[in-house]
Write a protein that binds this ligand. Structure first.
Ligand code: URA
Ligand code: SF4
Length: 208
């Protein structure tokens, strides 16, 4: 299983499927345990990530690590990646065509890692994972389930970093993540995780 993931990651390092390959220094496949229960999906590599070939290593990454620690998790407990694996020039937003070209890698990562929770960081990650009508401002902190996977939309840590009210919001959304994990813990190991739609959850019809 994990070797399949390694194959995908080496494909990403050599990928030329979209324009972003031309300006990248290093592609950033993602990192973390290959059997992680939680995955984080951001927007795309920035300058530090492009230089190092690792996700979330700049200021947003430092904040993400703090957010994880606020609920007793370590960065090394989770798998972290992005919707596009190469840096958009000057940190512009990734284009729809680039997101679409890169999406098969993300879908393969989700299939192989098989996490129980996928946290979508920021509107581009949320729309890629759930659908165009979703956004961070309306859906942050509202988990959606599809089969065995729960998707938790969140604000992007970079957006929340310098805005005190968003910082409170994202800290609260991490508490929801903690509750989801605890609930899953109580369902293990005898009961398979059900797609019950109690509480704030709604069933997600569309899964791309
Ligand atoms: N922002 C992202 O969306 N992804 C990274 O990897 C770093 C910053
Ligand atoms: Fe390939 Fe994705 Fe990089 Fe585009 S962003 S070149 S699709 S790895």
């Amino acid at each position: 299983m994990s070797s399949e993931l390694q194959v995908i990651h080496s494909e990403i390092l050599q990928c030329t499927k979209c324009e972003l390959h031309k300006s990248r220094t290093k592609a950033v496949p993602g990192e973390g345990p290959h059997d992680a229960r939680i995955m984080f999906v951001g927007e795309g590599p920035g300058q530090n990530e492009d230089e190092q070939g690792r996700p979330f290593v700049g200021a947003a990454g430092k904040f993400l690590t703090e957010l994880l620690e606020s609920i007793g998790l370590k960065r090394s407990d989770v798998f972290i990646t992005n919707i596009v694996k190469c840096r958009p020039p000057n940190n512009r937003a990734p284009k729809k065509s680039e997101i679409e070209a890169c999406n098969p890698y993300l879908q393969s990562q989700i299939r192989l890692i098989n996490p129980s929770i996928v946290c979508a960081l920021g509107t581009p990650a949320i729309t890629t994972l759930i659908g165009d009508e979703y956004s961070a401002s309306r859906f942050h902190g509202k988990p959606l389930t599809k089969g065995k996977i729960t998707i938790l939309p969140m604000y992007h840590p970079a957006a929340a970093l310098y805005d005190a009210s968003l910082k409170e919001t994202i800290l609260h959304d991490f508490k929801i993540l903690k509750q989801l994990l605890e609930r899953e813990e109580t369902l293990k190991p005898s009961t398979p995780k059900s797609a019950d739609s109690s509480g704030a959850e709604q069933t997600l019809e569309k899964w791309v």
